[in-house]
Design a protein around this ligand. Structure first.
Ligand code: FAD
Ligand code: SF4
Length: 472
C-alpha cells in the first residue's frame, strides 16, 4: 500500500495571486487510482458516519480503484446531488476524513495522512460532469401532480429541489438575488469554486424540470401564506444566514469598513474587480485588515490580496484573530493557501476601536494583545485581552468577518414561523417541519452558520418528510 497521500497539483502562489483562476487542479486518473488504493476498505468504515449525508465512501473509492468511474459517480449522487461542489469546498478534515481510522486521535481535525476523500469525490464528480451522466430518476406518478416551492437557492434549496424533482414533484425555486446559488455564488470565490461547476449543477436541476425565479423576495413580493394558498402543496425554506455580525466597537461605520459579506458580494456577484466595466466599485486599500478566523475571513483576505495585486498595489493584507491558529474555524487548506499567498496572520489580537482620518475614512485599528484562557461552550479556548497591551495597526480597508446571523427578511413578517433567540427557525428534528403546517426548513437558517454539506443533509431530511407527507 502507498503510505503517503497523493499530492494534489496547485497553481504556484506567485501566479495565483494575479488572477481568480482555480487554485487546485484535481487528480488525474492515475493519481486518483493511486490515492483510492490507499483506502483500507475497512469492514466497518468509520468515515461514512462522519459524512453528514452518509455517502458510501468505501464503495465509491473501491469503484475508482476498479476504474468504474461512472459507478463511483452514481454511488456519490445517490446521497449527494452536488458532488463536484462538495469535492471542492467540503471541510472534509472536520467531517469524513476526521473519522477515518487512519486519522490520529486527539486532533481537532484529520491528520494529513488520511485518504483524500474529498479530492476523490471531486474526481468522480468532475468525471460525471464531463461525461454529462444523468443519475437514474425515481419518478413516482402519484407525486407528479404536486407542486412544491423552495425559498432560497443556496446549497439547502438546490439540494431540496433536486431531491424532490427526482421523484417527479414540480418545483419552483424563489431567489431574492439576480443569480441562483446563495453563498456558493456570492460568498465563495471562483478560485475555490469555478462558476461553470455551479452553473452545471443548476442547469442539471433545470433539466429535471425545476423552475428558478430570481429577483423574487418571499415576504416582500409574496407572503408565505400566499404560496400555500396558490397551489403549492409544501414549502421548503433555505433562507441562509446572510446577515453579518459586527464587533460592536467604535468606528465600525467609518468609510472603507466592510462586512465580509458585502465585500465578497461586490466582488463575486457584482464583478467589482472589473469596475468600471461593471458598475459596482470597490475601494481597495494599501493596508487591508481582515478581522476573523473562519472561511469567510480567509476568502475575504485572499480576494483582497488578489485585488491589490491586480490593481498594482504591493500586496499587504493581514488577518487579525483573537485566538491562535489551532482554534481557527477555517478549513486547514484555506489557511495554508492564505499563508502561501503572502497573507500575514496577527494572532491573539482583539480590535478595540477603528480610528478614522478627518474625511471619515478608516486609518488605523487600536488593538489589545490576548492570551488563551479556559475552553468556552464551543470547546475552543477563550481569548483573554491583556490589560495595557494596546497597540495600533495601519489600515485603510477593514473587513469584518466574525460571523453571520439569520436572514430575517421572511421570518420578520411571518409571525407564525417560530424562531429562537438568534432568529433561527425552530423545526422538528425528525422532519424539519417548522411551526407552520406544510412548511419545512434547513441549512443555515436552522441552527446557524454551518457547512455546505450540513445544509444539504438537513434539506435531504426535509425532502424525505415532504415526500412522505405527500405520499399519504
Ligand atoms: P445560503 O447559501 O446562504 O443561501 C440562502 C439563499 O436564500 C440566498 O441566496 C438568499 O439570497 C436566499 N434568500 C434568503 N431569504 C430569501 C427570501 N425571503 N426570498 C427569496 N430568497 C431568499 N461551507 C463549506 O462547507 N465549505 C466552505 O468552504 C465554505 N466557505 C464559506 C465561505 C463564505 C464566504 C461563507 C459566507 C460561507 C462559507 N461556508 C462554507 C458555509 C456555507 O456556504 C453555508 O453553510 C451554506 O451556504 C448554507 O447554505 P444555505 O442554503 O442554508 O444558505
Ligand atoms: Fe466527506 Fe463532504 Fe464528501 Fe461527505 S460530502 S464524503 S463529508 S467530502
Amino acid at each position: 500500500m502507498i503510505k503517503q497521500p497523493i499530492k494534489i497539483k496547485e497553481l504556484a502562489s506567485s501566479e495565483r495571486i494575479t488572477n481568480f483562476s482555480e487554485v487546485i487542479s484535481g487528480y488525474t486518473e492515475e493519481e486518483a487510482i493511486k490515492e483510492a488504493k490507499r483506502c483500507l476498505q475497512c469492514k466497518n468504515p468509520t468515515c461514512i458516519p462522519g459524512c453528514p449525508v452518509g455517502i458510501d465512501i468505501k464503495k465509491f473509492i473501491y469503484q475508482i480503484t476498479e476504474k468504474d468511474y461512472k459507478g463511483a459517480y452514481f454511488t456519490i449522487r445517490e446521497k449527494n446531488n452536488l458532488p463536484s461542489i462538495c469535492g471542492r469546498v467540503c471541510p472534509a478534515e472536520y467531517q469524513c476524513r476526521k473519522s477515518c481510522v487512519m486519522s490520529k486521535k486527539g486532533l481537532p481535525f484529520a491528520s494529513s495522512e488520511v485518504i483524500n476523500i474529498h479530492f476523490l469525490e471531486r474526481f468522480a464528480g468532475d468525471y460525471g460532469m464531463k461525461k454529462n451522466l444523468v443519475a437514474p430518476s425515481n419518478k413516482d406518478k402519484k407525486l407528479s401532480h404536486f407542486k412544491v416551492a423552495v425559498v432560497g437557492s443556496g446549497p439547502a434549496g438546490l439540494c431540496a429541489a433536486g431531491e424532490l424533482a427526482r421523484v417527479g414533484i414540480k418545483l419552483v425555486i424563489f431567489e431574492s438575488l439576480h443569480r441562483p446559488g446563495g453563498v456558493l455564488r456570492y460568498g465563495i470565490p471562483s478560485f475555490r469554486l469555478p462558476r461553470d461547476i455551479l452553473d452545471f449543477e443548476i442547469d442539471y436541476l433545470k433539466e429535471l424540470g425545476v423552475e428558478i425565479v430570481t429577483n423574487f423576495i418571499i415576504g416582500r413580493l409574496k407572503a408565505l401564506e400566499e404560496l400555500l394558498t396558490e397551489g403549492f402543496s409544501a414549502v421548503f425554506l433555505g433562507l441562509g444566514a446572510g446577515t453579518p455580525a459586527f464587533l460592536g466597537i467604535p468606528g465600525e461605520n467609518l468609510c472603507n469598513v466592510y462586512s465580509a459579506n458585502e465585500f465578497l458580494t461586490r466582488v463575486n456577484l457584482m464583478s467589482a474587480y472589473k469596475f468600471p466595466e461593471y458598475h459596482t466599485p470597490i475601494n481597495i486599500g494599501k493596508h487591508v485588515i481582515v478581522i476573523g478566523g473562519g472561511n469567510t475571513a480567509m476568502d475575504a483576505a485572499r480576494v483582497a490580496l488578489r485585488l491589490q495585486k491586480i490593481n498594482g498595489i504591493s500586496p499587504h493584507t493581514t488577518i487579525l484573530y483573537r485566538r491562535t491558529e489551532v482554534e481557527m474555524p477555517a478549513r486547514r487548506l484555506e489557511i495554508d493557501h492564505a499563508k502561501e499567498e503572502g497573507i500575514k496572520f496577527d494572532l491573539l489580537v482583539q480590535p478595540q476601536e477603528l480610528l478614522g482620518d478627518e474625511g471619515g475614512y478608516v486609518q488605523k485599528i487600536k488593538c489589545l494583545k490576548c492570551s488563551l484562557g479556559e475552553a468556552d461552550s464551543s470547546g475552543r479556548k477563550r481569548s483573554v485581552p491583556i490589560e495595557g497591551s494596546d497597540f495600533e495597526v495601519d489600515c485603510d480597508l477593514a473587513i469584518i468577518a466574525i460571523g453571520l446571523k439569520a436572514n430575517k427578511i421572511l421570518t420578520s413578517v411571518t409571525p407564525a414561523l417560530e424562531t429562537d433567540n438568534y432568529g433561527d427557525l425552530i423545526v422538528s428534528p425528525e422532519t424539519m417541519q417548522t411551526s407552520v403546517n406544510r412548511v419545512y426548513a434547513g441549512g443555515d437558517i436552522v441552527g446557524g452558520e454551518g457547512t455546505v454539506i450540513e445544509a444539504m443533509g438537513m434539506a435531504k431530511k426535509a425532502s424525505q418528510a415532504i415526500i412522505d407527507c405527500l405520499s399519504k
